[in-house]
Ligand binder design. Structure first.
Ligand code: NIG
Ligand code: ZN
Length: 412
């Protein structure tokens, strides 16, 4: 099947040659072609350029995109889309004055979601999760990383990862799976950290590897959760099974966790609401992508990642949703991009780079996703008619997406 999209007002994120990521001042540049065409064959981008070079439409289905913007779909490199139930009561408890930490100390938070997930069947978790996956696809997400971490027992972690695998088989969206057994210490291991880490390393990891259920390994490196030393043990154990690390770190406190992640070659460090000058220095010239999650900052009223300071230091930055029942019950990447502009003072160009090519890097798919490049997957968002792409973050509450194509299939 060939699809020729003609008269595109602005074709964004055009990269003639594939790049892995953009950093620092380069992030302010979003290459585009005005009045463009885009040719898709089956699931791939095969050609693009200005309308004066538009090839014959013979043998093609033709779509006229007059007035519309076309850009690559969002690459959401950090989510917890697979979960059971919700935590709306904790939302109201926070309105009434409790903090995220206070709720967690009362047995709420991650342990609350783990209890629900352990009691829910695999089929039911799949059914609840696919609704969220379909929603984010309609919102323009074409690649998504999904974590386990609400199981916290061997069986329940496997159950979550099997649901992720089934979603990856059933939907055209690219899915990467991350094992997050080290999300919180179950109550019975509260005083026996060593025992739970042994369970992760000696029982969970081999079982996950046997079924080939994970691409990455994660841990919640945070005061009151996993220490630097505990996280390092988990990262090292993951490496034995070929799992590269992507770590939750610096959400509430800075305890030199980023330095440890960089030292161990983490693909990404995520959250970073609290970032020190030392953290910035160790990230510089590393292979580790910093990932900001502004919807989480918005929802639980914590600081936003200091994007300007990081970009001015020459770092790259990716944006992701963190879709989860506790801190971010939304996977809407359009809102993420808008919030990064509004609250983190990222320009539209920086935010779109962060949510496409840098997001792709942070989940290891930048060779196939994240830009309009020949040979990459035909994953595109076609907007409604816009005065310019600035509308995307500016009109933050409007749905400006007209159509979404994932691997050459219209899903909207
Ligand atoms: N901070 C750690 N994990 C999740 C939230 C977990 C939860 O509260 O359910 C996050 O990324 O925000
Ligand atoms: Zn998270």
């Amino acid at each position: 099947m060939k699809l020729l999209i003609k008269n595109i007002k602005e074709l964004l994120q055009v990269r003639e040659t594939a790049i892995a990521k953009v950093s620092g001042a380069e992030m302010a540049i979003l290459p585009k072609i005005d009045t463009a065409f885009l040719l898709i064959e089956n699931d791939k981008i095969v050609n693009f350029g200005p309308m004066e070079d538009c090839p014959s439409s013979e043998g093609c289905e033709v779509l006229d995109a007059t007035g519309k913007t076309v850009l690559p779909t969002w690459c959401d490199s950090h989510t917890h889309i697979v979960y059971a139930g919700n935590r709306e009561q904790e939302f109201v408890d926070r309105i009434n004055g409790l903090s995220y930490e206070e709720i967690a100390l009362r047995g709420g938070g991650i342990l609350n979601s783990a209890k629900k997930l352990q009691e829910t069947s695999e089929e039911e978790i799949y059914n609840q999760s696919k609704v969220r996956l379909e929603e984010v696809m309609r919102q323009g997400t074409g690649a998504v990383e999904i974590k386990s971490g609400y199981g916290l027992t061997v069986e329940a972690e496997l159950k979550m990862l099997r649901v992720i695998k089934r979603l990856a088989q059933d939907y055209p969206v690219k899915i990467k799976a991350t094992f997050l057994g080290a999300h919180a210490f179950p109550t019975e291991f509260k005083e026996n950290h060593q025992g739970y880490i042994d369970l992760i390393i000696n029982e969970m990891l081999p079982a996950i590897a046997k079924e080939n259920l994970a691409d990455y390994i994660d841990a919640f490196l945070e005061t009151g959760y996993f220490s630097v030393a505990e996280t390092e043990r988990i990262i090292e154990a993951g490496k034995q099974y070929g799992l590269v690390s992507k770590i939750h770190v610096n959400q509430f406190t800075a305890i030199n966790g980023i330095e440890a992640c960089v030292k161990h070659g983490a693909l990404s460090v995520d959250h970073l609401e609290i970032v020190t000058d030392e953290d910035i220095a160790v990230l510089k010239d590393s292979i580790t992508m910093p990932v900001a999650l502004p919807s989480c900052s918005y929802f639980i009223s914590i600081p936003y990642t200091p994007a300007r300071k990081m970009l001015e230091a020459g770092l790259p930055l990716a944006l992701a949703s963190d879709f989860n029942p506790g801190t971010t019950p939304s996977g809407n990447m359009n809102f993420v991009v808008a919030t990064a502009c509004i609250k983190m003072k990222m320009t539209p160009e920086e935010a779109i780079n962060a949510a496409t090519i840098n997001g792709a890097y942070a989940m290891g798919v930048s060779d196939t996703h994240g830009s309009i490049t020949k040979g990459k997957k035909a994953n595109i968002i076609i907007t409604k008619p816009l005065t310019s792409y600035y509308q995307l973050p500016y009109a933050f509450g409007s749905n400006l997406i007209d159509q979404v194509l994932i691997e050459g299939q219209f899903i909207l």
